[in-house]
Design a protein around this ligand. Structure first.
Ligand SMILES: NC(=O)C1=CN([C@@H]2O[C@H](COP(=O)(O)OP(=O)(O)OC[C@H]3O[C@@H](n4cnc5c(N)ncnc54)[C@H](OP(=O)(O)O)[C@@H]3O)[C@@H](O)[C@H]2O)C=CC1
Ligand SMILES: O=C(O)CCC(=O)C(=O)O
Length: 424
């Protein structure tokens, strides 16, 4: 459509470019005006902070932290905080925009935001991580707020870090404010079901897609990349629904068993073994690049961005990819995957179970009441199924992939909200 120059084809793929390429396609289908295009493209706020933190050896290291609020038109900014060495502003911008589209796809009243700190939590002590999280929270006191911007866990962070954030924020404001953050421990106002919510949503959308492909879960096989929060629950819940999980992976390698892995056993091993699968004896260890070549029906990338690229997309044998991670497929791989007839349930749909239960957590904090796990799971499953069906019907209507259809659903909702509200 030409409002921006198309991103040049490069070997090194970038999540922000990937997001924009899909965004451009959806915008063209919807016939969005140039003014609206620019409103939706540019993040509302981008904050970069220096975070001096005293390390255990007494030295002070200054980390760089980010928070990007892409949009607040549908409600407060919402999105996780990532601790990872690769965090940078472009990545956080892409992740924040994906949050806007994701919340719109599942129809929850939030805008999109994301935060991150470039650090390696694997090599930091708990005390160093706590000091870093508290410094980050202090730097973001004017950004965060239960009606402004509500963080949550992402890669490298979990309920422990969210507890520190809530504590630091509450102390600064002089009162306990549970609704400033989600993904908290239960005792601090966390919600039942949040820990497993993203993996559960992956399972629900995988089963919905398998039904469309006439793939019987009890005869299907899967491989999962990443055995952290999203990957481990996705693997366990798929297994529970009959899918044989042949491989899972973490940073230490791919663990493969042609007869299917016992996921509970692998999880117990990981817990005993400092959080990693290294040394797990019930599986053969394969090199990392083998994961996407395995002869399985379903692939679940649940680690990080740009792991399926135009360099390895042609080797994929699966019929279905369900994106637990944000941005695991680069835009340059889309055509290869579509030409092979592989169905992809895109990130902004497949991994939306996490933010959905975060929304339930925030609602419970505001009304001061706790819902049962049964109610939370039932509501999450219904939201995920409705969102899948809406995106599927949109893909049929426009004759596009589920990914482009998900962007169409999201952008249409956000753009029409702008039109009704009138003020920009
Ligand atoms: N947590 C959530 O609720 C949500 C997360 N997501 C997305 O899901 C993805 C994973 O997040 P989450 O599970 O929370 O993160 P975690 O930090 O809990 O887990 C990440 C997992 O990925 C593994 N990993 C990292 N790099 C690689 C690699 N190069 N190859 C193979 N495995 C790798 C890690 O291995 P190791 O443990 O060895 O480091 C770990 O098992 C991210 O894209 C995140 O944005 C999306 C929606 C919600
Ligand atoms: O739970 C949330 O609020 C956001 C989770 C997240 O960061 C994501 O969906 O990518």
């Amino acid at each position: 459509m030409g409002y921006i120059e198309p991103a040049p084809i490069k070997d090194k793929e970038n999540p922000l470019e990937s997001m924009m390429q899909r965004f451009d396609k959806a915008v063209e289908l919807l016939g969005i005006t140039e003014e609206m295009y620019n409103i939706l493209k540019v993040p509302r706020k981008q904050v970069i902070v220096g975070l001096p933190v005293t390390l255990d050896n007494g030295r002070i290291h200054t980390f760089e932290g980010y928070r990007v609020i892409h949009s607040t038109i549908l409600g407060p900014g919402k999105g996780g905080i990532r601790f990872d060495p690769d965090v940078n502003l472009d990545e956080v911008r892409a992740l924040a925009a994906w949050m806007t589209w994701k919340c719109a796809v599942v129809d929850i009243p939030y805008g999109g935001a994301k935060g991150g700190v470039a650090c390696d939590p694997r090599s930091m002590s708990a005390g160093e991580i706590e000091r870093l999280m508290r410094a980050y929270t202090t730097a973001m006191l004017d950004v965060f707020g239960p009606d402004q911007d509500i963080p949550a866990p992402d890669m490298g962070t979990g309920s422990r870090e969210m507890a520190w954030l809530m504590d630091e924020y509450s102390k600064a404001k002089g009162m306990t404010i549970q609704g400033v953050v989600t993904g908290k421990p239960l005792v601090l106002g966390g919600s039942l079901g949040r820990t497993e919510a993203t993996g559960r949503g992956v399972m629900v959308s995988a089963l919905a897609a398998m039904e469309k492909l006439r793939l019987n879960p009890y005869k299907a096989t899967a491989a999962v990349q990443g055995f952290g929060n999203v990957g481990s629950y996705a693997a366990a819940l798929l297994r529970e629904r009959g899918v044989k999980v042949l491989a899972v992976s973490d940073i230490t390698g791919v663990y493969y068993n042609e007869n299917g892995l016992d996921i509970e056993d692998a999880l117990a091993y990981r817990t005993r073994n400092n959080g990693i699968l290294e040394g797990y004896k019930e599986a053969e260890v394969l090199p990392a690049e083998e994961l996407f070549r395995l002869p399985v029906d379903v692939l679940v990338p649940a680690a990080k961005e740009d792991v399926i690229t135009r360099k390895n997309a042609a080797d994929i044998q699966a019929r279905l990819i369900v994106e637990g991670a944000n941005g695991p497929t680069s835009a340059l791989a889309d055509d290869i995957i579509n030409d092979k007839g592989i169905m992809v349930v895109p990130d902004i749909l497949a991994n939306a179970g996490g933010v959905t239960v975060s929304y339930f957590e925030w609602v419970q904090n505001r009304i001061g009441y706790k819902w049962t796990l049964e109610r939370i799971n039932r509501r999450t499953d219904r939201i995920m199924k409705d969102a899948f069906n809406h995106v599927y019907e949109t893909s049929q209507k426009y004759n596009v992939s589920l990914r482009i259809a998900a962007y169409v659903v999201a952008i249409d909702k956000v753009a029409s909200t702008y039109k009704y509200r009138g003020g920009y």
